[in-house]
Design a protein around this ligand. Structure first.
Ligand code: NAD
Length: 412
């Protein structure tokens, strides 16, 4: 095993999701050393020790934070814990890589930004969908101006996760409880992260996200699931047990007049496809593969034959992969096989690599705390919008869409 003395000493907190990173960690062993694992469950800790016998184990997060042999934590705990655990870790001097989403309330988001600024530690959101191969290629196309000015984008997370909303005995997991507590576009960063980066790459830092108007459907597939699985007497079999509607859509406006359409549906039965994106610009368009085995499609004006005078132009999609020679991302070039064997279309590998590299180079990571809180803010803003019948709710001024260091929250 190759191990460098300067390797980042990382602790995984929340070992179930964290376990998916085992392969990426092994690939990055010269850069990242797994120093510790923390989980409430002894069984989860045992499952790690087989592969990483040198890693220390903790049941309590506070004890882990006191471990001087840990430089950084990867928070893969239930979503409602992320903001508070991240702040505690930053205050304890640790760098933080946080699973999505970063914060569920604006107050927690603001406190998180302040903690990063106060401590000077590195914080990155583990938004792995930003690093998928087609998504990084589209970012490069956008940055090179191939779409022209971007006017419309779509992002969707469509994944039937109803089996994760309850334990085998019918009691609710944190995912289920979230749906009792609020009605929102509740898991926005897989959809918004990549498209926000494309918008910025194409239109520049000044194109800020301005407002969210959100809508959800009634609850039907979730209550059906509980009725089928646990019988009609289970409280979840009644649609009005749930505040959360099955399918949520948010329309986001931007200062340039672009529109982003986000869709989140982790409730309705359908085959899972990892990508659900679209871009429309003044000189090009993109639509992601809608199922496994399909190619993502692109059309660029630069490669189109001019139309005869007065005739409708003849246009056809090309495979995005036809453009790989020119637009393959630096991350994926020459490393397709390494990355593809790690989870989520390679995203898990590049998230870890970027986090370690940013710390080693003393620079902000490519998905910093401002992006993290901005993208996550769709959750509380959509709660408010849905409560007001879909009325647009503005992003607060202090939420910036860029990773530039100014203006600082603490100076306002
Ligand atoms: N980026 C992605 O593609 C992706 C995929 C799946 C999950 N996630 C995110 O990862 C996170 C975890 O998801 P999951 O499916 O593994 O959840 P899970 O409920 O299956 O596992 C959570 C783990 O955290 C542990 N835990 C709970 N509270 C803890 C605490 N206070 N201290 C230490 N450990 C604690 C639990 O024992 C459990 O092992 C969530 O935020 C989820 O949104 C992201």
């Amino acid at each position: 095993m190759i191990m460098s003395d300067s390797a980042l000493r990382l602790a995984v907190v929340g070992g179930r999701r964290g376990r998916h990173f085992g392969r990426a960690l092994s690939r990055l062993e010269d850069r990242i050393r797994l120093a510790a694992v923390c989980d409430l469950s002894g069984a989860v800790l045992d499952s790690w020790q087989g592969e990483f016998p040198a890693a220390r184990t903790y049941r309590r997060f506070e004890e882990l934070l006191a471990d001087d042999g840990v430089d950084a934590v990867f928070l893969a705990t239930p979503l409602p814990l992320h903001a508070r655990q991240a702040i505690a870790a930053l205050e304890a001097g640790k760098h933080v890589l946080s699973e999505v989403t970063a914060a569920n309330t604006l107050a927690d988001g603001q406190a998180l930004i302040e903690a990063v600024e106060r401590t000077g530690r590195t914080y990155m959101l583990a938004e792995n969908y930003c690093f998928m191969r087609p998504n990084l290629m589209v970012e490069k196309l956008a940055a090179r101006g191939e779409f022209g000015a971007v006017t419309y984008l779509e992002g969707g997370y469509l994944h039937d996760c109803r089996h994760l909303m309850h334990e085998a005995d019918g009691s609710l997991t944190w995912r289920g409880q979230l749906r009792v507590d609020a009605n929102s576009v509740y898991y926005p960063t897989h959809s918004l992260g990549p498209v926000a980066r494309w918008l910025r790459a194409a239109n520049g830092d000044d194109d800020r996200l301005t407002s969210v108007a959100a809508f959800t459907t009634r609850t039907a597939a979730v209550s059906d699931h509980f009725a089928e699985r646990f019988g009609g007497d289970h409280p979840g079999a009644a649609p009005d047990h749930w505040l959360q509607g099955d399918s949520g859509t948010a329309m986001i406006t931007t200062t340039s007049g672009a529109l982003i359409s986000l869709r989140v549906d982790a409730s309705s039965p359908r085959p899972h496809n990892m990508t659900h994106y679209a871009v429309q610009g003044t000189r090009g368009a993109y639509q992601s593969a809608r199922r496994d085995g399909e190619d993502p499609l692109i059309w660029l004006a630069r490669d189109a034959a001019p139309a005869a005078n007065g005739a409708e132009p003849e246009r056809d999609w090309s495979s995005l992969w036809d453009y790989a020679g020119e637009f393959e991302s630096d991350q994926w070039r020459d490393r397709v096989e390494i990355a593809a064997e790690s989870g989520h279309g390679g995203g898990d590998f590049f998230v870890l690599e970027e986090f370690a590299t940013a710390i080693a180079e003393g620079r902000a990571p490519t998905i910093d705390v401002h992006d993290a809180v901005l993208w996550s803010a769709v959750v509380p803003l959509s709660v408010e919008s849905i409560r007001r019948g879909g009325a647009p709710v503005e992003f607060p001024e202090w939420l910036r869409p860029t990773s530039a260091p100014e203006p600082s929250l603490t100076k306002q």
